[in-house]
Design a protein around this ligand. Structure first.
Ligand code: TPP
Ligand code: SF4
Length: 250
């Protein structure tokens, strides 16, 4: 078996293809999570994946691991319960920005505060993809969506400051920066405390096309041109990706 095929042991290959639209970035994030699991050699019987509801939430069912597909916004408390019941497990949440920062925002706030030792991978596509393209907590100011045809009047949630305050782990990365995404996820999984990876990814069908992108490759090229890597920074600017400097809990 060559190195590239190892990550596949974490996937239910018989369920492929996924239900995602052609050009959707969710598959890139799913594959990179599996590559990170593989790099760390996470045991399949010692790792659990939990998701909320959304296109990204469908990821949970594709892992060849124990998984729970919870109600919308409730992935984090279910994950915390599993971790508190069995501390030996690696507990990983995979869900969307609407699920985690919108309806599930209250749970996120308290998981950061408690610094529960779980990892959350947020598929941050800046939109509610599954339900047709409504504005989400990460939609940039001024952006036109189905529900903000004149441009988003609000500013996106920038949760990095909460993580900094509680010495938990925060990283931002994109579907273009594949090695960086894997590094962010590997370090998140190794972190002893609450870790959150905001993985910027493309919803071409219910977001990108409305913004004028012809295809998801153009969205990837935007990530390439817009984002600069700034690892272990005190603070990430809007156009920066990286791992926020934090003090791991002993
Ligand atoms: C309690 C509840 N409210 C609303 C919905 C409808 N709903 C399903 S998915 C979703 C948004 C998902 O957006 P996001 O988490 O960003 O995931 P994406 O589809 O973009 O991956 C909503 C509002 C629901 N399923 N349950
Ligand atoms: S609607 Fe968007 S997020 Fe959902 S599968 Fe299609 S491209 Fe992906």
């Amino acid at each position: 078996m060559n190195k590239d095929s190892h990550f596949k042991r974490y996937l239910k290959l018989d369920l492929l293809p996924t239900p995602w639209c052609p050009g959707c970035g969710n598959g890139i994030v799913l594959k990179t999570i599996c590559q990170a699991f593989d790099e760390l050699g996470l045991p399949k019987d010692g790792t659990v994946v939990i998701s909320g509801i959304g296109c990204s939430g469908r990821s949970a069912g594709f892992f060849d691991l124990d998984s729970v597909h919870t109600a919308h916004g409730r992935a984090i408390p279910v994950a915390e319960g599993i971790k508190y019941a069995n501390d030996a497990l690696n507990v990983v949440v995979v869900s969307g920005d609407g699920d985690l920062l919108g309806i599930g925002g209250n749970h996120l706030l308290h998981a950061i505060r408690r610094n529960t030792n779980i990892t959350v991978i947020c598929y941050a596509n800046e939109i509610y993809g599954m339900t047709g393209g409504q504005v989400s907590p990460t939609t940039p100011h001024g952006t036109k969506t189905l529900t903000t045809p004149n441009g988003n009047p609000d500013y996106p949630a920038d949760v990095q400051f909460l993580f900094k305050h509680y010495n938990s782990y925060f990283a931002r990365t994109t579907a273009y920066h594949l090695n960086h995404m894997k590094k962010c996820i590997v370090e998140a999984l190794k972190f002893k405390g609450f870790s959150f990876v905001e993985a910027r990814t493309m919803c071409i069908v219910n977001y990108g096309r409305r913004l004028g992108y012809k295809n998801s490759n153009e969205m990837l090229m935007h990530y390439k041109e817009f984002y600069k890597v700034n690892d272990y920074a005190e603070e990430l600017a809007q156009n920066e990706i990286g791992i926020l400097k934090s003090t791991p809990v002993a």
